[in-house]
Design a protein around this ligand. Structure first.
Ligand code: 4AD
Ligand code: MG
Length: 480
């Protein structure tokens, strides 16, 4: 008897083999055909029971959502829907699902909105959409590791609780062991963090970059892949308060090398899922097609999901300097017609997502890498260019997503870095360890951060970031 996953059985041609399979009932019709799913694939296996020899009591308990075990014979199917099916010899109910109660949940077999599914995030993984999204997410994370491991990068785990607050990437969540109703105070009455758990103020990390840089200075090429936290109150379909970030950091690598790496990396992971997630991507492509039909013609995407993914793997990303981008935006139709919420008037303006999306979706119609941003709209650690006003920063912008990657060549010159920190009022004493990397064998180095959920959004064609992570954390929402 073979104990197998449904994905394997559906590919098998070992007909007449005895098999045992566990799963959840997706449907049961004519007292005869069970569609069973075990999460290994989007496809169900059809199990055919001999109802005349099955007790009335068992038949009644084969309900949508119930967990069952089936033993039977693998047969070539006579139906046109599937190649194989299981002729059931014995069936055991492992976990009942009361139909009256199921009716009140998203497990009930009818169309539910994504908003409704979010309210039952613990059950939504039993739907086709979430099964597909989460299998693709899992394969994508494997592809992330396989890319870096094949290319001689080392995986490092940077701390989740940090004492440095100099990234400037966003608001931070505080971490404390103190009793909030009665915190330790100093003589002036201020909260005394010296008496807190770590003896200093601490928070959840917004990025592992600074620590990763120190490791690149010994291991040469490293990457992180872990959770990061931002307490920004931005309630959008692109922002989470807890998201996963991939941050490679490479010694002896300049901004051009960094852009090459980011582009090659993204192409690898997208190709990997195109090859390994065929059934799920086909399902998601159809889902998107249906979804697009509900939109006005002008808002519909010109390419299907698979075409969009292939486009990314087969074409070069367009590399454009910030200065060129500002010129394009200044002279653009929406800018002249005052259609932008934030009109572009002069060089130095920070780009909003409306501008990024115009460049990617309307102007270039392909992924874009913007580089050499004004120094004063970017973080302190980015390398100053010879012009004294721009830094070696790069952002990658994707259609439908906006910014998917943010990175830079790092300022490796101790004196320039210290001056910048002074100008921004960043305490040298807080970052003494970071500055040490510039004291002992400093070198040109670069890295970037890719928001994993934004990548999953792009690859699955989903539109809200809350639908590509199991249990989203957003303002006013930490259920589950
Ligand atoms: O551009 P960010 O803030 O860059 C950094 O944190 C650098 N330290 C990275 C580095 O150079 N090592 O964030 C990087 C990426 C963004 O491009 C975006 O994809 C994602 O992280 N991101 C978010 N994703 C979901 N929700 C949020 N609130 C996000 N904020 C940033
Ligand atoms: Mg950024």
């Amino acid at each position: 008897m073979i104990k197998a996953k449904i994905a394997e059985l559906l590919e098998s041609d070992k007909f007449l083999q005895e098999v045992t399979v566990n799963g959840w009932v997706r449907s049961f019709r004519s007292n005869r055909f069970i569609a069973l799913n075990d999460g290994s694939t989007i496809n169900n296996i059809q199990c055919v029971i001999d109802f005349e020899n099955t007790s009335e009591d068992i038949l009644k308990r084969i309900t949508v959502g119930a967990a069952i075990n089936i033993k039977g014979t693998l047969k070539e199917s006579l139906g046109s829907q599937q190649k194989v099916e299981v002729e059931v010899t014995s069936l055991e109910i492992l976990g009942d699902a009361n139909p009256e109660e199921v009716k009140l949940t998203i497990l009930s077999p009818k169309r539910h909105t994504l908003e409704k599914l979010r309210e039952q995030a613990h059950l939504r993984i039993r739907t086709n959409t979430f099964g597909a999204v989460m299998r693709v997410r899992s394969k994508l994370s494997f592809a992330v590791h396989s890319y870096f491991q094949q290319n001689n990068f080392h995986y490092v785990n940077t701390p989740i609780i940090t004492g440095s607050d100099a990234e400037g990437a966003g608001e931070m969540f505080k971490v404390t062991g103190m009793d909030l109703n009665n915190p330790e105070r100093d003589e002036q009455g201020n909260i005394d963090y010296k008496k807190d758990f770590f003896g200093k103020e601490t928070n959840l990390t917004v990025s592992g970059q600074l620590e990763a840089e120190t490791y690149a200075m010994g291991l040469g090429q490293v990457y992180t892949f872990g959770p990061t936290f931002r307490a920004e109150n931005s309630n959008t379909s692109r922002h989470l308060a807890e998201f996963w970030m991939i941050e490679p950091e490479v010694a002896f690598c300049d901004l051009d090398g960094n852009m090459d790496l980011a582009e090659d990396f993204i192409k690898h992971v997208v190709s990997y899922v195109l090859e390994h997630c065929k059934d799920d991507l086909d399902f998601l492509e159809n889902r998107l097609k249906e979804d697009e039909k509900t939109k006005p013609e002008a808002e519909r995407s010109e390419l299907s999901l698979l075409d969009k993914l292939k486009f990314v793997t087969e074409n070069n990303f367009k590399r454009v300097s910030y200065t060129e981008a500002i010129d394009i935006l200044k002279n653009s139709k929406p800018n002249k017609k005052k259609k932008f919420q934030y009109p572009i008037e002069e060089w130095g303006a920070d780009l909003q997502s409306e501008h990024e999306r115009f460049l990617v979706e309307k102007h270039f119609k392909c992924p874009v890498i913007l580089f050499d941003y004004p120094a004063n709209i970017k973080a302190f650690y980015m390398r100053l260019n010879e012009d004294g006003k721009t830094v070696r920063a790069m952002d990658i912008l994707f259609p439908g997503i906006g910014e998917i990657v943010g990175g830079s060549q790092r300022e490796e010159r101790l004196d320039v870095l210290k001056e910048k920190m002074k100008a921004l009022d960043i305490d040298e004493k807080e970052l003494w360890w970071y500055l040490d990397t510039r004291r002992f064998g400093t070198c040109v180095h670069s890295g970037f951060g890719l928001g994993f959920e934004r990548l999953v959004l792009f690859v699955t064609g989903m539109t809200n970031i809350r639908d590509v992570i199991a249990f989203p954390r957003t303002p006013q929402n930490a259920e589950f």
